[in-house]
Design a protein around this ligand. Structure first.
Ligand code: FES
Length: 93
């Protein structure tokens, strides 16, 4: 059972090292910005929480709908509309 979301946790960690993957290397900040813009445009009232590591660094960019929602790995800007659709559906459920 999905719970009503109140935030999206986005890892924006940047390690500045090509040998150690981090979500910022895959464009996590741009994804967080696009989610914030879309949330505002749709009036969803969801907060974007930028954090520094979800413990899945090799699979980033990583984000998670909270509390208790889906975890997204290898997120891309192109995924943002679908994530916004999911948030909207969860809020209506
Ligand atoms: S750097 Fe993003 S999950 Fe660790």
């Amino acid at each position: 059972m999905n719970r009503r979301p109140d935030s999206v946790v986005v890892c924006v960690n940047n390690r500045f090292s090509a040998s150690r993957p981090s979500c910022a290397m895959g464009g996590a900040e741009a994804i967080a910005d696009a989610l914030e813009k879309g949330i505002q445009e749709r009036g969803l009232g969801i907060v974007i929480e930028r954090i520094h590591c979800l413990g899945e660094c090799a699979d980033g960019p990583n984000l998670r709908i909270a509390p208790g929602g889906n975890f997204y790995h290898h997120a891309k800007l192109a995924d943002v509309p679908a994530i916004l659709d999911e948030l909207e559906a969860l809020l209506k459920a």
